[in-house]
Design a protein around this ligand. Sequence first.
Ligand code: 13P
Ligand code: SF4
Length: 366
Amino acid sequence: MPIMETLDPVHARAFPPAPPAGAHEALRRFGPLPTPSLEWNAQVERETAHLYERVKSVVPTIEWPFFAPYVRAINALKKERNAVILAHNYQTPEIYNCVADFTGDSLQLAREATKVDADIIVQCGVHFMAETAKILNPDKTVLIPDLKAGCSLASSITGDDVRLLRQRFPGVPVVTYVNTSAEVKAESDICCTSSNALQVVESLGAERVIFLPDEYLAKYIASQTKVKIIAWKGHCEVHERFTGDELRRVREADPSVQIIAHPECPPDVIAVADYTGSTSGMIDWVRKRMPKRVVMVTECSMADNVHAELPDVEFVRPCNLCPHMKRITLPKILDSLLNMKEEVTIDPAIAAKARRAVERMVYLKS
Ligand code: 13P
Ligand code: SF4
């Protein structure tokens, strides 16, 4: 059914919040380490050859001598610091394939964060993902290589907005997409991701739910459930740029092409798609079906990562870059591990409330 109502953000918000006082606390606790050699030589080439094998179809040979010394240094530093790297599916191939310990969609990364057995988590993704890791691991040090790696959905709504919505719709449960700040999660009953949103909405047994902040994900879920959805006008700045028209043109040029889309896309895009799902849902779909040609209607790097794994699949690329995800680079990851930057901190009272909403999602029975 169509969504009941969509509410507007009051005004645009700035993101990210200023670094909290004591941002260099992690450096005091762990101490800095000296910068390792970043020279490209025969030994580095030998030691990283097995990693280059994984990305050779998407990383040109001429670029590897720049990446390899960083890859080698980061992998050595992870051991020295007892750190793990969690990387989202949108990270570039050299990060995703060569330094990450765990990769996945938002739900998989949140689940992985509950199992981490290390002192330090380096989140290669955006700020809300690092906050989610911190919410689930209050006693661990969580770092993000660039504190400015935000998200247009997360910056579309504040805790005050959620409190006002609760006043306007008393008793209606609030489901919040994980692409939100800890403060917004703290005001919510339960979180969801693109891979479990329908299950989460239906798990509440409510006639109506407030679903925040992605209007298009809300519309997609509303089309699949009898639960009445009250939505917010937040959009992903990357997925909202795709149009049904451009995809219809791709299909007209090759009727056999498969089109798979992320549910943050506008409804006219989803209407054209053969499959709609989370980033990992899309990857699994390609792994199982092995289409000859496919359009992944999502962030660009994901097609590179899947192509590195499945070189026989051809990717047609109308794709858009997420400027926030692209702030994470190998030099910044190295700096993060050497100088303990940037530590993600959350007010403990907010974190405790947010944890209830995140854990309720993570431990939801499927
Ligand atoms: P996934 O949970 O599907 O990985 O989506 C996260 C995201 O930010 C997509 O833009
Ligand atoms: Fe946020 Fe969109 Fe970037 Fe995902 S792709 S992190 S939703 S801005």
